[in-house]
Design a protein around this ligand. Structure first.
Ligand SMILES: Cc1cc2nc3c(=O)[nH]c(=O)nc-3n(C[C@H](O)[C@H](O)[C@H](O)COP(=O)(O)OP(=O)(O)OC[C@H]3O[C@@H](n4cnc5c(N)ncnc54)[C@H](O)[C@@H]3O)c2cc1C
Length: 294
């Protein structure tokens, strides 16, 4: 079994909240369709004049300006890095995040609450600067193994680390032989983040891209189609892959999505006469099951 990377190779907390990196926004645009109710932004920072280093799968901290209700500076929020370690520029001079504007509506009163940091990030303009910390994260890291089979399951902005993985695999590395399976879930096609990029990987590099749009598609039972239903559809193939020690599974996105996926896998295991609990324990023990939900 190959451990993805040694802890020493993974950069950690180069910039701390007391001395953050001030990084300038060099690109900023909306990823969701203009008529989607969800606002998700692609934000690229220039980090060229810094010591920042990061690897695929890590997160960055953002210190939003201003104070909370108690007069204390706002706490930092974490965002998965959506670019590969070499940056989207290919020279390690940029860092990209993909941020959903968090809005909660009180059903009883209709009052809207806007998230502090996501609103700040989605409202940034090119030329603005942000205070960044990190990078953080040592577990949700892309395996350093050309024959690794990657099964990636994302909902919404959970696509961010997988965009980094796929960019590294297909734009940077030369001898990748492992398979890539990406499952992406969102409410509708209007929220298909990075659709063109992902389809290009599918058409030109053989990456499997499988989508589930819960408000537009129905599963076999006639209910909303979620990513776990797509996993079940491909269950036999995925289990054959997961039996191989070079297969790694990653789940990223909405808190709660893991439960549905676990149910889905349990169903597939049952169909195949496999004791899911034993199989699941093996995947976790071998560091082949990774989850980052928020
Ligand atoms: C490891 C990790 C990676 C992450 N990666 C990403 C990523 O790639 N992209 C991304 O978009 N997010 C990501 N997140 C989530 C992100 O860190 C923030 O949690 C998110 O942006 C919301 O922060 P906020 O400051 O906008 O909302 P906050 O101000 O912290 O509010 C939190 C929520 O509460 C609601 N709220 C606020 N006040 C009230 C109130 N009085 N009553 C009811 N509701 C209220 C807000 O609408 C919001 O939905 C990640 C989190 C983690 C831990």
């Amino acid at each position: 079994m190959t451990i993805p990377s040694t802890a020493q190779e993974i950069p950690s907390n180069i910039y701390k909240p007391g001395a953050p990196l001030e990084a300038r926004v060099i690109d900023h645009y909306r990823l969701t369709a203009p008529d989607s109710p969800n606002d998700v932004c692609h934000i690229v920072y220039d980090v060229s004049a810094s010591d920042l280093k990061y690897v695929e799968g890590q997160s960055i901290g953002v210190l939003p300006p201003g104070e909370d209700a108690n007069g204390k500076p706002h706490k930092l929020r974490l965002y998965s890095i959506a670019s590969p370690g070499v940056g989207d520029d290919g020279h390690g001079k940029t860092l990209t995040v993909c941020v959903k504007r968090a809005i909660t509506v009180d059903e009883a009163t209709g009052q809207e609450y806007h998230g502090v940091c996501s609103s700040y990030l989605c409202d940034l303009k090119v030329g603005d600067t942000s205070k960044l910390t990190g990078p953080v994260g040592k577990a949700f890291i892309m395996p350093d193994q050309p024959n690794a089979n990657l099964i990636m399951v994302a909902t919404g902005t959970g696509i961010a680390p997988f965009r980094a993985f796929l960019s590294k695999r297909y734009k940077q590395l030369q001898h990748e032989t492992g398979q890539s399976w990406l499952f992406f879930g969102a409410q509708t096609r209007k929220d298909f983040l990075y659709e063109a990029e992902l389809k290009a990987y599918q058409e030109n590099a053989g990456c499997q891209v499988i989508t589930a749009f819960s408000r537009e598609e129905k599963n076999a039972q006639g209910n909303r189609m979620y990513v776990q239903h797509r996993l079940i559809e491909h269950g036999e193939t995925l289990f054959e892959l997961l039996k191989q020690p070079e297969t790694y599974l990653y789940i990223c996105g909405l808190r709660g999505m893991e439960a549905g996926i676990l149910e889905g896998f349990q169903e597939i295991a049952q169909r195949q006469g496999i004791d899911w609990n034993v199989f699941f324990d093996t995947l976790k023990a071998e560091k082949r099951w990774h989850v980052e939900v928020y």
